[in-house]
Design a protein around this ligand. Structure first.
Ligand code: FES
Ligand code: FES
Length: 180
């Protein structure tokens, strides 16, 4: 049972929490080499910021719980699941999405081309996340063998089961990315 004093404390905590979540926070983030200054609700995920505020819908929402990898993007050059990254965490940082992977001069990134060449998709829903994770996997130095690729890509689920093509695409693209 709450005493009067502890009830007051509880009320104050609720008020403090509601003030915190009802406010907005100013952030500055560079996305695909373009600088954005935004006011965000502190509860917004990076995934929702990208899709709902910046209309970058290439990044997909699968589970929204960090379990499927569909929402993978690069944050300061490292792969992250954007559904578990809060928008306020990217203040002052650099985000690259699948839209930003395509070379500015046109054409496809070597990993995108390899996914096409190896038929590494069926419905395509997981593909942007697979490609962003695959590039991250190569740049981390975790694509030196088939087994290593399978291990370091295991966070990206493909419900269509296109894994054989995905691994083949990464093996094909890795030397081209490392050489570039
Ligand atoms: S949507 Fe982010 S891991 Fe599934
Ligand atoms: S291609 Fe359909 S979920 Fe991967």
């Amino acid at each position: 049972m709450l005493t009067e004093a502890s009830a007051d404390t509880a009320v104050l905590e609720v008020v403090a929490t509601s003030r915190e979540v009802s406010g907005v926070v100013a952030i500055e983030v560079r996305v695909n080499e373009r600088l954005h200054t935004l006011l965000v609700d502190p509860r917004t995920s990076l995934l929702d910021l990208l899709r709902e505020r910046l209309a970058l819908t290439g990044t997909k929402k699968g589970c929204d719980h960090g379990q499927c990898g569909a929402c993978t993007v690069h944050l300061d050059g490292r792969r992250v699941v954007s559904c578990l990254t809060m928008a306020v965490q990217v203040d002052g940082r650099e985000v690259t999405t699948i839209e930003g992977l395509t070379p500015s001069g046109g054409g496809l990134h070597p990993m995108q081309q390899a996914f096409v060449d190896h038929d590494a998709l069926q419905c395509g829903y997981c593909t942007p996340g697979q490609i962003m994770a695959a590039v991250g996997c190569v740049l981390e130095g975790h694509a030196t063998s088939t087994e290593q690729i399978r291990e370091y890509m295991s966070g990206n689920i493909c419900r269509c089961g296109a894994y054989v093509g995905i691994v083949a695409a990464i093996e094909d693209a890795a030397p081209k990315i490392i050489k570039a």
